[in-house]
Design a protein around this ligand. Sequence first.
Ligand SMILES: *[C@@H]1O[C@H](CO)[C@@H](O)[C@H](O)[C@H]1NC(C)=O
Ligand SMILES: *[C@@H]1O[C@H](CO)[C@@H](O)[C@H](O)[C@H]1NC(C)=O
Length: 185
Amino acid sequence: MLCLRLTPLLVLVLVVSLGAAFPHEGAPRKGCSLFKYKQVIFHEMKAVEKMQKEFRSIRRLDRTCNTRLLDREWTSAHLSVPDRVLLVQAELNFTIAMLQRPARPSFARTRQRPLAFLAQAREDLQGCVAPSHQPSGELRQWLQNLQLAMQTVTQENISCLEDYAIRHLFEVLGDLNCAARQEKC
Ligand SMILES: *[C@@H]1O[C@H](CO)[C@@H](O)[C@H](O)[C@H]1NC(C)=O
Ligand SMILES: *[C@@H]1O[C@H](CO)[C@@H](O)[C@H](O)[C@H]1NC(C)=O
C-alpha cells in the first residue's frame, strides 16, 4: 500500500529531474513574452495617471536638478529592435528603483498597481535580447548617462531622479509598446 502511494511521487520526481537534465535546446530563452505589450492596456494607463496626479499633489521639489543628461534626441522607433528592448529594460530598472523609494502612505497606495505592472514587464522582457548583443553608439551613450546619473545622485537630490522617473512614465510605456511592435513601430 505504501509502495503504491509513493509511486506517483517517484514518477513526478523522475519527470522533474529528467526535464532539468534535458533543457529544450533551441527553444526561446525562458521569459521573453513581449507580444503582450503590443497594446497598452487602458486600465494600466489609468493607474499611472492616477499615481502621477497623486505625486504632483504631494511633491515638493525645492532644489535645482540636473537631469539634462537623460534627455534624448532620438526616439525608440529609431533604434533596432534589440536596442529598443535594452532601452526599455534600463528604463524599467530605473523607474522601478525610483518608485520603490520610501513614500507617503497615499502615494505608496497609488503606486502599487503601476509598480506591479512594471515589475511584470521587466520579468517578461528577460531573455528577449541575446546577451552578446552590442547596443548602438547612441543607446550606449544614453545607458552610460543613466548610470552616471544614478552614481552621482546624493541623498539631497535623489528626489530629482524620482520626479524625472514619474514624469516620464508614459514615455517608458510608449517605449515598451514600441519594442513589442517590433518592425511595426
Ligand atoms: C546631484 O548632486 C550631485 C552633486 O552636486 C551632482 O553631481 C548631480 O548631477 C546631481 N544630480 C541631479 C539629478 O541633480
Ligand atoms: C536591469 O536590471 C537587471 C537586474 O537588476 C540587470 O540584470 C540588467 O542588466 C539591467 N538591465 C539594464 C539594461 O540595465
